[in-house]
Design a protein around this ligand. Sequence first.
Ligand code: ZN
Length: 109
Amino acid sequence: MDVHCSTCGEPWDVYHLWQDAIFEIGLTHAEAERWRSLSRRQKLSERYRQVFREAGWEFGQGVINVARCPCCPKGAQPDPGRVETKAALEDLMGDDEDGLAAAFEDYRL
Ligand SMILES: [Zn+2]
């Protein structure tokens, strides 16, 4: 399943976001391994948001809500309508990340 960046529209595989992207942002392997067992909220604590941001990533509540990604052109801004729709779906789905991924794919978000 693919989700799309809210800024540049780049498609990202949700399993890559859940499992692999963490290994590409400059953490140690052990820390990236540890990250994968954290809760959704802990995964995007301020500290991890900062590390992701330095690698070009910004997210909504969870990592499959991609607001900005490393493919974004410099200075590009997220599409406000897309950000709003994704935030509403995140609220609606709560902790059901599989359901959220499916909804994003259905709506090509
Ligand atoms: Zn992007």
